[in-house]
Write a protein that binds this ligand. Sequence first.
Ligand code: ATP
Ligand code: MG
Length: 453
Amino acid sequence: MQIVLPEDVKKIIGMIQKAGFEAYAVGGCVRDCLLNKVPNDWDITTSALPEEVKGLFSHTFDTGIKHGTVTVLLHHVGYEVTTYRIDGEYEDGRHPKEVSFTRSLKEDLLRRDFTINAMAYNDTDGLIDLFGGQQDLKDGIIRCVGNAEDRFGEDALRMLRAVRFSAQLDFEIEEETLKAVKKLSGNLEKVSEERIQTELVKTITSDHPGKIRIAHECGLTKVFLPEFDVCMETAQNNPNHLYTVGEHSVRSMERIPAKKELRLTMLLHDIGKPALKTTDEEGIDHFHGHPAKSAEMAREILRRLKFDNQTVDKVSRLCACHDVRIEPGKKYLRRAMNRLGGDLFPDFFLVQRADVCAQSDWKRKEKLDQIARNEADYKEITDAGECFSLKDLAVNGKDLIDAGIKPGKEIGEILEKMLNLVLEDPENNEKSRLFELCLPKTQENGEKSKKKC
Ligand code: ATP
Ligand code: MG
């Protein structure tokens, strides 16, 4: 297999070599090239010490100088150049507590997590693959470099990274590696939520989010998402369903585009169900009020995992409304857009469709038809630029004050009435018409208006 280095990467490697040091592209970029994928970024590993690297390039900055990383800027792109190193225990995403530099490439490759991530390449020496990384890539296997238990003992996050790579690449985790994950999964507790979040997001936004089942089977989700484990154990004896709450949620993730908010929503949309489960005399299970409960729990969980406020808010709101049924008809949809918030559309439809498609096929056609009709209404509403919130109303508070309404509660009440008329019929969204319909007197002539709201 041929690796073609970008010109700037060649240049950096060449300059370091000319100064008498070794340098290679390493890790994810080599792996991705061998898989014929375009790498996210190009990391370079070198025998030169950070100060020596800095001496060679005119534009550098200290990214993680203590850990040996210098960023070299070429044509406005940053390349991380890291000195060969031997790692101590890891404390955050990329930085072990203590490192020692080495002049041996082999030692640097030995510290890396998986064989497929421990290959290096330059045009002089070709591919350096000391642990069978190429073969594992061919066979579709995630295998630790060295003894799996030792490697997970040094850094427990690597267990979740194994799941993440298996999801991104659709690979199997090798037997010894998997056994070690099962044995040591509890150690994930020592890892920061920020690091866990990164790997969780990469797992569920991959092409194979269903691999989260492995994290569950090995005891990893029990550490950072125990609520999900409860869902995996909660059966749903109900005509709408075929699977446990957890399995349904995983299947729904597989049926929605790979956007972070959407995948998180599907993962968590029913997370409140176990707490609310009741079984009627016929043995049918019910989960009354679960969307609100799921929304509340999603908020707590996402905060705990240190997600940003925007993600927490969006996911929680989508969870809260995932079960809302909207009658066909544009006025109903305008009302729903007003009530739920226009920003949740069209994601709301994607959530509903994924949810339905992960249920039993009982009434599936009717459910999907209703969503499709709602979507058609949505398209017409947005194509026509129809108003569904106060911000697009043809009248605002200032207009009412100018028309002689005293500032205060009444302004809000009148605007609300006007908005309701517009949601009912967008033709009403004209200043004069709304004044005529909703104000006791028009300002211009002081006459009593004929109609009142
Ligand atoms: P991505 O495409 O997500 O960037 P990547 O393989 O480049 O994938 P990074 O997290 O960017 O993954 O790490 C770069 C390289 O550093 C890895 O390929 C691996 O060699 C090494 N590495 C990263 N994290 C660890 C870790 N926790 N333990 C051991 N080696 C690691
Ligand atoms: Mg990377």
